[in-house]
Structures are given as structure tokens and as C-alpha cells.
Design a protein around this ligand. Sequence first.
Ligand code: HEM
Length: 266
Amino acid sequence: MKLKLPAPPVPDPLKPAPRRPEEPPPEGVGGAAKEAGKSVVDWLDERTSLSGGGRWLMFRKVPKGTNWFYTLGSATMFAFLNQAVTGVFLAMYYDPSPTRAYESARFITNEAFLGEFVRGMHKWGSTVMVILVFLHMGRTFFFGAYKYPRELNWVIGVVLVVLTLVMSLTGYLLPFDQRSYWATVVAMNINGTGPLVGPYLAQFLLAGPVFGATTLSRFYSIHMLLVPGLIVALIGFHLYLVAKLGTTAPPWIKAEPNPKLREESA
Ligand code: HEM
């Protein structure tokens, strides 16, 4: 017999205080602000019924033994959000044409307001994201979280790792200085020697048989449109599966028989 857990209750801070319509709202700015928040939530919920979905997503039982290693997935997501936000600001000044790219990157660092800070956050953030995604992958591997019924989430994760690395590769070219140019030439030469698809992949990335004037704009569109779009969609699906299946307990936690469940299924 399948047991259905009861729906979690609406949390108290979100419940409007019981009051007759003619009663005045609570006194003081703080009280009025609190009530306003609740009325906005109420107003939205009456029209969208989204609170049910919100409760489904947020109120979950977590297994015994859940520890700090379980925060690595959220940390990776935070690193990705940092990349998305700082990337939007960089895109306001960056120009992906071969003659203007280097100068626009120099402008961001030396002249734009907080430009050096935002560029630094994006550059260091990319390394942080790569490290975190591998640590998170290691956690799910060593805790056996890739096993039934979470295989699909593991496969989505593998695609996310590849996409994260594609972001690093395509982003590295964008400053268009000597280092980024020649590093990309080397990377594309290695890529071109891959079995079967290697040469086609290199040709697609270079937008031609060799590094040419259109290579930079191809890298830019992959870096800021194609791959981030895919990553957002896949993270959404990844998190849906985490919410639906729940997380695994650490391998050293032994399952305890629940006599109540046994009684009910008898
Ligand atoms: C952009 C990259 C990624 C993000 C933002 C992300 C996010 C998350 C989050 C928030 C969780 C739930 C909390 C946790 O267990 O840490 C999770 C769980 C999970 N992730 Fe990821 N993840 C990413 C990449 C990966 C990769 C590369 C793999 C493996 C190849 C992977 C496999 C899994 C699995 C199997 C679970 C379920 C864990 C369990 O049931 O205990 N994820 N992910």
C-alpha cells in the first residue's frame, strides 16, 4: 500500500490575521508592511494557486544524516547565478568584433564603473563553478546517489558538467588577447583530432576550417545565449527531479524498520 504524506500546512507568517472587514489594519509602519505582504501573497495566490506548488517544492522531509556535503549542489547553482548576473553587466560593454573585443575588455577593466570588480567576479566565479560542480559530482558519486531511481538526474548532471566546461572554453577567448587567442587555437587543434566528430566539432566552433573573423562571434553567441539557455533548462529539470525523488541518505545510515508502516500494509 502506498502511503501519502499529508500536505504541509501554510506557515504561520503567511497566514493573514483573522479580522473583520471593518476592523482597521494593525498600527505602525511595521504592522502595516507585514499585512501588505500577506495581502499581496493572498492576492497572487487567489489568482494563480501557486502556493500549493510552492509548498510542494519547499516543505520536504530530508533523510537522517544529511550534512554539509549536500549544500554543494546549491553552491554550484549560486556560482552559476553569479556568472549570469555579472555576465549581463559585462555584455553591456563588451563588443565581440575582432577589432573591438580587446579594447572593450580593456575599457571594462580600466574605465567602466566597478568594471574591474564585475569582470573579476565573472573570471574567478567561473573557476569556482568548475570546482564546485566536480565536488558536487563527487558527493553524489560517493554517496551512491546515481543509483535507481536517480540515474536520469546523474545523466543530466553529466551533461551539465560538459556544458560548464564549454562555458569555460568559449569564455576564455572573449578578452581576445594573445593568451586567449593562442590558447583557443591550441584547444581547437586538440579538439579537431578527436575521433569521428572531432574535425566537424572544431569546424563548427571555429565557424570555418580555420580560426577566422567569424570565430569570435560564434564563441560569443555560444557563450552567452546557447549554453546558458541549455544550463538553465537542465538545472530546472535537475531540481524538479531532486524535489520529486528526494535526496539520498548518506551510505553509512542504516534503514530502520518502521513498525507502523508494516501494520498498515498488513
Ligand atoms: C550546474 C550544475 C549543477 C547544479 C546547479 C546542481 C544542483 C543540484 C542540487 C541543488 C541538488 C540537491 C542538493 C544536493 O544534493 O546537493 C542536486 C542533486 C543531485 N545532483 Fe546536481 N547539480 C549540478 C550538477 C550535477 C552533476 C555534474 C551531477 C553528476 C554527474 C549531478 C548529480 C546530482 C544527483 C544524482 C543529485 C541527487 C542527489 C541525492 O539524491 O542525494 N548534479 N543537484
